[in-house]
Structure formats: C-alpha cells, structure tokens
Write a protein that binds this ligand. Sequence first.
Ligand code: KG4
Ligand code: ZN
Length: 335
Amino acid sequence: MIVLGIDTSCDDTSIALLEDGKKVLRSLISSQVDLHRPFGGIVPEIASRKHVELIDYIYEKILIDTHIKASDIDGVGVTNGPGLIGSILVGLSFAKGLALSLRKPLIPVNHIHAHAMSIFLENEVQFPFIALVVSGGHTIILLVKEIFEYKILGTTRDDAAGEAFDKIAKFLNIGYPGGSIIEEYSKKGIKDYVFFPRPMINEENYDFSFSGLKTSLINYIKNNIVTNDNLKDILSSFQEAAFDVLTFKTIKASKDYNIKTIVVGGGVASNLRLREMFLEKGKKEGIRVFFSSPQFCTDNGAMIALVAFFGLKRGIPSSLDVKGFSRMPLGELVI
Ligand code: KG4
Ligand code: ZN
C-alpha cells in the first residue's frame, strides 16, 4: 500500500511517499528558513504564499524521483491541524483535490499525533510507551497504548520549549531558527555557569512552563555583562535548565506508570544534548529511550503518511468535508 503524506502546518512544504507503513520511498522538505530569517521568525502570510508556489512542484518531483504513478497511490494523508491556518489550508486543499481526482481516500492527520508516532518510520518500538513531543508549537507527554490509543499526561502551560528557544534567539539577535543556533553556542559553553530555575520540576504533575525560564534568561542578560565569551556559557546553562525539566518529567511519567520505554519526537528532539541527557538518565533508571533521526524529528510528510497508513488500515472514514484548524486538540482515547 502506498500512501502520500503532506504537511504544510508551518514553514516547511513537506511531502513523502510511504510504502506499507514502513518504507519511506522519498521524503522531500522545502525549508523556508532563508525567507523568514530577516524577520527573526515565521511570517504566516509569506509561509502560505510559498506553499502555494511549491506544493505542486514538490508533488510532481516526488513522483518522478520514485517512478511511482499517481494511480499507484492508495491514499492521501494530510495535516489538518494544529498549525498556521493559512499554511494548513494550502496542503489540505491540495490533498482534497488530489484525493478527488485519484478517487482515493483522504485521511486527515493531527500534526502532534504524527510527531509522537514518527519513531515507527525507522524503529520497531513495543507498546506501551511514554512519548514526549517537543517542538516549536508543542510540549506534551503522552501515554501511548496503541497508534490510536493514547492519553495526555501533561502539556505546557505557556510557551513550548522550541518556542522559548526561538524567542530567546530573536531577543539576542543571534539568528534564526533559535533552537539549532542555541545548541551550537551551548556545545562550547559551561553548563553550570548560571543556575536558571527548573520550572514546575517538583510539582506532582507532568506539565511544563517555559515562559518564566525564558524571562529569567532575559533578565540575566539585562542585568549582567554579556560578552562574546560568556554568551555560550549563559546559553548552555539555559539549555541545561530546559532539558533538565524535559528529561525529569518524562522519566517521572515513565517511572510512575512503570513503562520502561520512552519515545521522543519533534524538532527539539534533534538536539544532541537532549538526546545525551535522556540516554544517560534513562540508563540509570533502566528505561530505553528512542529518538527519530533528525530528518524525521522536524516537520516531514513521512510521519503524516505513517499515521494515515494506520488510519486506512483501521478503517477511518474518508471525507472531503475535513476542515483545517489552527488549534486542534489531540483528543484522547481513555486507556
Ligand atoms: O517539529 P518542528 O519542526 O515544528 C513544529 O511542529 O513546531 O520544530 C521546530 C522547533 C523550533 O522551535 C526549533 O527552534 C526547534 O524545533 N529546534 C531545535 C533544534 N532544531 C530545531 N531546538 C533545539 N535544538 C535543536 N537542534
Ligand atoms: Zn511539527
């Protein structure tokens, strides 16, 4: 079974072809980073216009590259939320037109759900597991029993982790996107140069808050002398504080529910220090931690095709009436 996956939820135009829910035949991602860089963040109107310009070309290219005929496609999966609504509507309209013309099912996919399941593109992970999705828009812990059976354990009360990284990089004017730039600075920095707070770490829940941590760093910068030399140390200390909370709370969920497998997805999961901390702390607790490879941590069409494939197998009804949503609850099937 060949499923096409489309994601235009943010600033990447991503399309992939997936065979039998396992084999990524091709995953194409056109990044708009250079377009948005001068603004220090994503400009929604520019993002949706660029999706309109690119989507048809990327779709044609993926068919040419893989020698797959449009008529070989068995289903079209597409992100219908959450994300930037103008961008989502470009992918959703394209997918509807394609599904209609091919007379094949259209399967709407929740973007956060796809990040949580992206691990199955490359790994055979046993259920149940604890999933952490940590990206620019979301920080969420799930207890996952099956692909479509999960429970939300915790989420962020304000900024997502990646969002805090991006806002700090913008404040410091050190470039865009913030996450990978702060990672580069941090690699050379002293991790305990400043002690930043670890918000909500001692609370008996699995929620996060990154807005206060971001403000602590901004206040520190305003009140202290920052040089080219100590900036890497300050950023490294900030990164350490953010990742301490992410790892601690996810591992707490794993221990509390006695589930010895953790899966980490989303753009921030491509950070090598986060991976290292999870692996180190997980090992001490006898917990196995899995990460997607970086190309499947950040936004991609393959993870959408994956969830769509399982949706097709499950018999999720196809409808061309699907709507797009900027905010879309993950929903949950109570386990
Ligand atoms: O999953 P993603 O591509 O899009 C969303 O669904 O949000 O994640 C993008 C986020 C951005 O906030 C970006 O700064 C962050 O992931 N990010 C990173 C790294 N690479 C991307 N954060 C920390 N370290 C990285 N290496
Ligand atoms: Zn994403």
